[in-house]
Design a protein around this ligand. Structure first.
Ligand SMILES: Cc1ncc(COP(=O)(O)O)c(C=O)c1O
Length: 394
């Protein structure tokens, strides 16, 4: 299978990890060679309830027997999407009560950028250095990483950058600014949390200037940081909230949420301000709805904080400089990137799945399913520490 994977399927890097997947259940991915791999990555923060959670599988089966795609987004009332957007509104602060469902995180970012320009009549978007918001043209244009964006110029215009957590640059937000877009916790940059009320200060400056605050919760959202959404840890409410990844319970989804007043601008003057065929797809919405219900009706969200403590307790080693992040959005910062590389690759051979971050190359990603057990955390941390002991002894 790997030979055909490399030959026929377009690749993103010259050296993919290339595990040959047979099936996956709970915290484990099983490969065609009969090996089991404990998953500390969860499809890059996507498999919130672990692999093939029985309630999600049942919801998908039940919906598949009723109907699949019946119409483009926005024309027909379909129960899974209606219930999902209603439950979201009931669990979000006032002002975040209308959700547009799309197919991926990056598409949700595109929708949010369009909404901000439409709502303010302004064009400038401010994004953060080392931010990642996706890879379609608009999202890519937000990325301040010359090597990755240069081959694709010209990008979307009127985008400038500020440094995350640097309040001296808040004056860059002006009456020209349509929106400031930030990841609530910066992912690819190294799981960097906002410090010293940074997000509150950004929001205050946005209010002064009439700019909108867009928070990208595609990674921290859906319970990973001890709250349903990461922003709820920092006493701030965005004007537009963007979500994806862990929302879908293992199926592809994205969404952006705003007030009714803002969101209605996309359906009027001009109407069809954003269009998608498959957004709100009933199968995917059923999976997302079940994920959200399970998160809200269990202890999984608060438990992420106890699980964080367990990771921090069992990942003490002189070659680990720091554990960054919150809840189950953690990154272990190694002394250097060579050590991080070896840990990821050697863990793979010992039945533990780890992964890198996009920009911070010293980091090893620790974003397991929220359903991971204490025993599984201790077991995986033991494998990491064993590898580090061997490296230290060389
Ligand atoms: C913070 C953030 N925003 C946006 C995206 C893009 O999401 P997608 O890959 O679903 O388009 C990602 C994906 O890694 C992400 O982590």
């Amino acid at each position: 299978m790997k030979k055909d994977f490399l030959k026929y399927q377009a690749q993103t890097t010259p050296h993919p990890l290339g595990l040959e997947v047979s099936h996956a259940q709970g915290s484990y991915i099983h490969t065609t060679d009969g090996q089991s791999h404990l998953d500390f990555v969860a499809g890059v923060s996507a498999c919130t309830l672990g692999h093939s959670h029985p309630k999600i599988v049942q919801a998908i089966k039940d919906q598949a027997e009723k109907y699949l795609h019946v119409m483009v987004y926005g024309e027909y009332a379909q129960q899974p999407a209606v219930e999902l957007t209603k439950l979201l509104a009931e669990n979000l602060p006032d002002g975040l009560n209308k959700t547009y469902l799309v197919n991926s995180g990056t598409e949700a970012i595109e929708g949010a950028l369009k909404l901000a320009r439409r709502a303010t009549g302004r064009t400038q978007i401010l994004a953060a250095h080392q931010a990642y918001h996706g890879n379609t043209m608009g999202s890519l244009s937000l990325m301040d990483f010359e090597e990755r964006v240069q081959p694709f110029r010209p990008l979307v215009g009127d985008i400038a950058h500020i440094k995350f957590n640097d309040t001296s640059q808040l004056s860059d937000i002006t009456v020209q600014t349509a929106a400031v877009i930030l990841e609530t916790i910066q992912g690819g940059a190294g799981f960097i949390e906002p410090q010293n009320d940074y997000l509150k200060k950004v929001k205050a400056r946005c209010e002064e200037t009439g700019a909108l605050l867009i928070l990208d919760e595609i990674q921290p959202g859906f319970g990973r940081t001890g709250k349903l959404f990461g922003f709820q840890n920092y006493e701030v409410v965005p004007d537009i909230l963007v979500m994806g990844k862990g929302m879908g319970g293992g199926l592809p989804i994205g969404a952006f949420t705003a007030s009714e007043e803002l969101m209605d601008l996309l359906s009027d003057n001009p109407k069809l301000g954003h269009i998608t065929t498959f957004g709100g797809n009933p199968l995917i919405a059923a999976s997302a709805l079940t994920t959200l219900q399970e998160l809200l009706h269990s202890q999984l969200i608060p438990d992420t904080l106890q699980k964080e403590t367990l990771f921090r307790k069992h990942l003490k080693h002189p070659l680990i400089q720091e554990i960054r992040g919150r809840g189950l959005m953690l990154a272990a910062l190694m002394k250097n990137s060579e050590i991080a590389d070896r840990v990821v690759l050697e863990a793979k051979d010992r039945g533990l799945i780890l992964f890198w971050l996009l920009f911070e190359k010293r980091a090893v990603r620790l974003t397991p399913p929220l359903t991971i057990s204490s025993e599984e955390i201790v077991k995986g941390c033991g494998i990491i520490v064993d590898i580090l002991n061997e490296i230290a002894a060389e």
